[in-house]
Design a binder for this molecule. Sequence first.
Ligand SMILES: Nc1ncnc2c1ncn2[C@@H]1O[C@H](COP(=O)(O)OP(=O)(O)OP(=O)(O)O)[C@@H](O)[C@H]1O
Length: 268
Amino acid sequence: MADATAGSPLRPSLIVDDVHVHYRTFGGRRLPDGASWTSRLRRHVGAVDVVRAVQGVSFVAHHGESIGLIGHNGSGKSTLLRAIAGALPTAKGRIYADGTASLLGVNAALMRDLSGEANIVLGALALGLTPAQIRERYDDIVDLAGIGDFLHLPMRAYSSGMGARLRFAISTASRPDILMIDEALATGDAEFKQRSGERVAEIVEHAGTVLLVSHSMSTIRSMCDRVLWLDHGRLVADGPTAEVLEEYAERTGRPVARPTPRPKTPVS
Ligand SMILES: Nc1ncnc2c1ncn2[C@@H]1O[C@H](COP(=O)(O)OP(=O)(O)OP(=O)(O)O)[C@@H](O)[C@H]1O
């Protein structure tokens, strides 16, 4: 692989080198119109299809970079994040990470019958925080989630937006070196978007790396310095946000939001 970091003053945090990710599906192959039911059954039972979700993607991310991932539905964005998080094996290629790579989503650990309070503890433990760290960061998590008295109610009573806020607050409390966010910000209101933008900026300021998947071009524009554009599993553009979004708008005919000021964290 060519040294993509040559000449860059930034330290690499993540190297994705010619990564391919495949899914195997069973019995889902399309048959010609008019095929008999017996042939449909025969083909269904034994058919195995391979979905080439990510095909030869390479890029280098750096400490202190916030990178947006854009592309049409099914272009491979979530699959790429899951492979980086180690949740999916690569069929080919390698991924190197300097530090912990965490995919936002403590869903698996959270329990709908427990209160938000209890889930903060549960989720934080699942992310590897010690009880002392949880005590230290508890108020911060509550503040960022901003769900008021709902904190004392079981999560099953939450709207999807409230659940997203709490998950975001818990996940970012672990301050991972590489934080990957998959559309988690989409359900929040304007205030939550601003708060989460500030938290993303804070992580980046402390030399973390953020990878953010979103269909919201305004979110991408306000939170990311750089954008990777995936199309049918391939990386078709990688560059500064404004340039890639412009190219995306030109080539897809989809309008992208006008620039808005990026959230700033206060300088202490
Ligand atoms: N578990 C799975 N089994 C089989 N195929 C899958 C599976 N998950 C995703 N795919 C396929 O892999 C491809 C990439 O999907 P992926 O979810 O990564 O795309 P995406 O860009 O995140 O899409 P979206 O914007 O809709 O969330 C698609 O063709 C999808 O149908």
